[in-house]
Design a binder for this molecule. Structure first.
Ligand code: RFL
Ligand code: PHB
Length: 392
């Protein structure tokens, strides 16, 4: 089989890239190791930046998102028993976030690609990327039927997430990796319970971080900081609710609404950047090239920003045979990546309880949080990063 762009991974990065290329008249084939049912059921992100929402809407993917997504113009920071609203839209030129689950974005993308006759191959195995230094790279894999296959292409897009194979196709002497692990994880739940709040609450407490988010008028998404080595079995539903009540308690008697927990899981937290994001004919995008801790809600949004740049660079190549945009892809993408890395690290550092923290550090965190709520300049910095800096 032959195509113009071979895409490894059908996450938000791979699927959106394929969609954007199609709109530019460029062919692609997407190879995904999991099944369609699995990718459409994996619970992950929820917060879409203004720029992400605009890209999805402008490329024909906005219909359900506009109907079902929840637009928020602010967030609450909660600490020392009080909530403080950060009026993000007011501080960031009217820009807002939309809460719309990642798997809904995936469903919209898969549907759009299949309706347009796009080639999405699910359940592929043993993906290997070869001949990246040549003008004829190839992807070897086994199909769902186990038969060995080969995809010949002009370029390969590595969109296979943090645990994928494309990053390691770059020789180690040609890549630099920056990594920071955090000494805590997030326990996330979905619960059948009406919202306890009109906008997201990010809470800092001596017992650790917690977050109240939403999915729909009937479903809440809640997170709490836990030990990264914790087993989910040691967190009964009643222990989770008790911990959330303690960490989210306010002096004005605010109540968290409870409901049946129907999904729960623990994720590790890390920051990671690979430089450069390109090697020969291979271009990496999304989590394959960088990871942020979820506190800033940036991961999916960065994946969207990457593939927007990459699709434009491929379009320039195919319409004018010019390689400048492809050559600058990594540098341009990394500028945004490092801004998001800093913001996500900052949000994480100021809102979590570090196991080795001294009382001094605790007071510094409280002072920083107070300053955000009292200084318009500091709040504007949070707001413009959170709603997302405008795309180029
Ligand atoms: P993905 O989504 O991991 O998709 C990669 C796909 O590649 C497939 N794959 C392979 N396919 C073929 N061959 C191989 N060898 C393969 N290896 C892997 C995988 O099966 C998968 O389908 O990467 P992508 O597209 O770069 O997208 C990144 C986002 O998924 C991620 O950054 C976000 O989920 C991060 N994130 C958030 N981002 C936001 O922008 N806003 C949020 O509110 C937000 N909240 C979150 C999050 C991530 C979380 N977790 C679970 C880490 C909340 C959480 C709890
Ligand atoms: C979510 O709703 O899943 C969510 C919200 C905010 C974050 C991370 C995840 O920072």
């Amino acid at each position: 089989m032959r195509t113009q762009i071979g895409i490894v991974g059908a996450g938000p990065a791979g699927l959106l890239l394929s969609h954007l290329l199609h709109l530019e008249g460029i062919e692609s084939v997407v190879l995904e190791s999991r099944s369609r049912q699995e990718i459409e059921a994996t619970i992950r992100a929820g917060v879409l930046e203004q720029g992400t929402v605009d890209v999805l809407a402008q490329t024909g993917l906005g219909e359900r998102m506009k109907r079902e997504g929840l637009v928020h113009g602010g967030i609450y920071l909660r600490f020392a028993g009080r909530s403080h609203r950060i009026p993000m839209s007011e501080l960031a030129n009217g820009r807002a976030i939309t809460v719309y689950a990642q798997h809904e974005v995936i469903r919209d993308l898969v549907k759009a690609r299949l309706n347009a006759g796009g080639a999405l191959l699910f359940g592929v195995k043993e993906v290997g990327i070869e001949d990246l230094e040549t003008r004829a790279p190839r992807i070897r894999y086994r199909g769902e039927d186990d038969a060995p296959r080969e995809l010949l292409c002009d370029f390969v897009a590595g969109c296979d997430g943090f645990h994928g194979v494309s990053r390691s196709a770059i020789p180690s002497r040609r890549r630099k990796e920056y990594i920071r692990k955090y000494p805590f994880g997030w326990l996330g739940i979905l619960a059948d319970a009406p919202p306890s709040t009109d906008e997201l609450i990010y809470a800092y407490h001596e017992r650790g971080f917690s977050l109240v988010s939403t999915r729909s008028p009937q479903v809440q998404r809640l997170y709490l900081q836990c030990d990264p080595g914790d087993r989910i079995e040691s967190w009964s539903d009643s222990r989770i609710w008790e911990e959330l009540h303690t960490r989210l308690a306010t002096r004005d008697g605010w109540r968290l609404t409870e409901g049946r927990v129907f999904q729960k899981g623990i994720v590790a937290m890390r920051s990671f950047v690979l430089e450069p994001m390109q090697y020969g004919a291979l271009f990496l995008a999304g989590d394959a090239a960088h990871i942020v801790p979820p506190t800033g809600a940036k991961g999916l949004n960065l994946a969207v920003a990457d593939v927007r740049l990459l699709a434009r660079a491929f379009a320039e190549f195919y319409t004018s045979s010019r390689c400048e945009a492809l050559e600058r892809y990594s540098e341009m993408a990394l500028k945004r990546v490092w801004r998001a890395e800093h913001f996500s690290w900052w949000m994480t550092s100021v809102l979590h309880r570090f196991p080795d923290a001294t009382p001094f550090q605790h007071r510094l965190q409280l002072s920083e949080l107070e300053y955000v709520t009292e200084s318009r300049a500091k709040a504007a910095t949070l707001a413009e990063n959170y709603v997302g800096l405008p795309f180029e």
